[in-house]
Design a protein around this ligand. Structure first.
Ligand code: HEM
Ligand code: HEM
Ligand SMILES: [Fe+2]
Length: 452
């Protein structure tokens, strides 16, 4: 850790990981309700558990991004964070809002739109959090050294805040409502979040491979260009069946098919930098998560996205388990893995210890990623059967659900493995470390001063 104020990132990661735990636990519970429908039915209905699962996911990913920014911006800008105090206030407010939302949900206090279920006052609190954050990070960047990494990161973070404002616009007309709802849900994950992803990856690769900044920067700008070029009009893949004009069938199909490009570019980028650069970085776990994240995103977002993005395919798959399969692998591969990569990288510095628990961390990588793949395949097969029986043969929704129950058992099994792997990960970054060097130093000191 080069700058004392980077320490705030530690607390962001702690809070993010608490909500990660809540998210996975709620997912496992939701998966249980799917196969044993009476689970907790008196206490908490499925829709509430699902809401906690998806909302906790989004909030912890954002919290992780904030932590990433507070960790890397000082090193890039070569100065301390403008105001660490503001950063802590921001974190407190966000964590309070998140916990209040979860408690509110269990009491049935929520609004109707998926992912945007938070009550109005929490939505407003999120704006305040964003303003504090943007002020703090932008001032740090503007007064310090400016790099491509921080420019792209800032563009992404400002974009997140700007698109969030559409959460306040809920027109009564359902078609219009959906059009703007996707400004947040789509333009975040397939637009501005990709900029955050590319810049955090670039930072990790600069640090771990030692490759020249100029090379990394060229890649970074190409990825940003590809992401924005394809992702903005790619929103059209959500406008096929909501009552929007027919030209979206073409625009959505063509531009969203191109959305694979930036994810593919990130794979080539990461692997070629590692190939060119030093291969001796001691934090092998962080390297594995960084590379794995590009591959996970390519499959989850790119391949599984393309699978159902053309309008004549989506006509059949829309809103089936195919969508859930894609949603899981895309969020996991791109943004969960990205956060776990930076946390694995930063935590040894934040705690002042040499990279530790490497093997445990690496095992958790394989179990978690393997289990998410199994879950994705189970849901994809469930979706294929569902499309056939329900959309082609015309069987009723609930009869089809009975037919695909075995796949839901597989999802539950793999979900429990994800939970176990998550606990292993948490232990590997937060667990106690016996620092042999410090212990040896102490021993040496007491040896030369026996009188004390
Ligand atoms: C990391 C990036 C991505 C994430 C996190 C993500 C996540 C999601 C999620 C959660 C949904 C379900 C939304 C809902 O209806 O509640 C969804 C829908 C969809 N995604 Fe993605 N996605 C990503 C990238 C992509 C890409 C690159 C493509 C195309 C190549 C794509 C194509 C689609 C399509 C067509 C749907 C609509 C499915 C339907 O009609 O039911 N996604 N995505
Ligand atoms: C880090 C890993 C995970 C991520 C990123 C994730 C993400 C998501 C997302 C984005 C959705 C909404 C999907 C959509 O609208 O199509 C969702 C729903 C769901 N997730 Fe997860 N999830 C994860 C882990 C889990 C685990 C471990 C389980 C355990 C079985 C699980 C079970 C569920 C269930 C049952 C739903 C509701 C599906 C429905 O309404 O049909 N998730 N998850
Ligand atoms: Fe999309």
């Amino acid at each position: 850790m080069k700058y004392a104020s980077q320490r705030v990132a530690y607390w962001y990661f702690v809070c993010a990981m608490i909500l990660f735990g809540v998210q996975i636990a709620a997912g496992a519970l939701a998966g249980t309700v799917y196969v044993l429908p009476n689970t907790l039915s008196e206490l908490m209905p499925f829709n509430i558990i699902r809401m906690i699962h998806t909302n906790a996911l989004i909030v912890w990913l954002l919290m992780g991004f904030f932590g990433c920014a507070y960790y890397l911006v000082p090193e890039e800008a070569e100065r301390d964070i403008e105001s660490p105090l503001l950063a802590y206030i921001q974190l407190g407010l966000l964590m309070f809002g998140a916990l209040a939302a979860v408690i509110g949900y269990t009491q049935g206090i929520h609004e109707g739109r998926e992912f945007l279920e938070q009550p109005l006052w929490i939505k407003i609190a999120i704006v305040v959090v964003a303003l504090i954050f943007l002020y703090n990070v932008s001032m740090t960047v503007l007064k310090g050294r400016r790099t491509a990494v921080t420019s792209v990161l800032l563009l992404g973070l400002w974009g997140i805040a700007v698109f969030w404002l559409f959460a306040f616009y809920a027109p009564g007309n359902l078609s219009l409502d959906k059009v703007y709802w996707w400004y947040i849900v789509h333009l975040w994950v397939e637009g501005v979040w990709e900029l955050v992803m590319a810049s955090v990856l670039a930072f990790l690769l600069i640090k771990m491979t030692g490759v020249d900044r100029e090379v990394i920067e060229k890649w970074l700008y190409s990825i940003v260009g590809l992401a924005l070029f394809s992702g903005l009009l790619g929103t059209g893949h959500h406008y096929y069946w909501i009552g929007a004009p027919g030209y979206w069938q073409w625009v959505g199909s063509i531009f969203s098919a191109l959305e694979i490009a930036p994810f593919f570019a990130m794979v080539i980028f990461a692997f070629s930098m590692v190939f060119k650069g030093r291969k001796d970085h001691p934090n092998r776990a962080a390297m594995l998560w960084s590379l794995g994240c590009t591959v996970g995103a390519f499959f989850g977002a790119g391949v599984w996205g393309f699978l159902h993005t053309l309008s004549f395919v989506n006509y059949y798959t829309h809103g089936t388990q195919v969508t859930a399969a894609h949603g899981h692998l895309a969020f996991y591969g791109a943004y969960v893995m990205l956060n776990l990569a930076l946390i694995s990288y930063a935590m040894p510095y934040l705690r002042g210890k040499a990279p530790y628990h490497q093997t445990l961390n690496i095992i958790s990588f394989w179990i978690m990623s393997g289990a998410m793949m199994v879950m994705t395949f189970a849901l994809t097969f469930a979706g294929a059967v569902q499309v056939h029986l329900q959309r082609v043969m015309g069987m009723s929704y609930m009869d089809v659900q009975d037919e695909i129950a075995p796949f839901y058992w597989v999802r539950l099994g793999s979900g429990v493995l994800v939970l176990i792997a998550a606990l292993m990960f948490l232990w590997s970054v937060f667990g106690p470390v016996r620092d042999r060097r410090v212990a040896a130093q102490r021993k040496a000191q007491t040896a030369v001063q026996p009188a004390e």
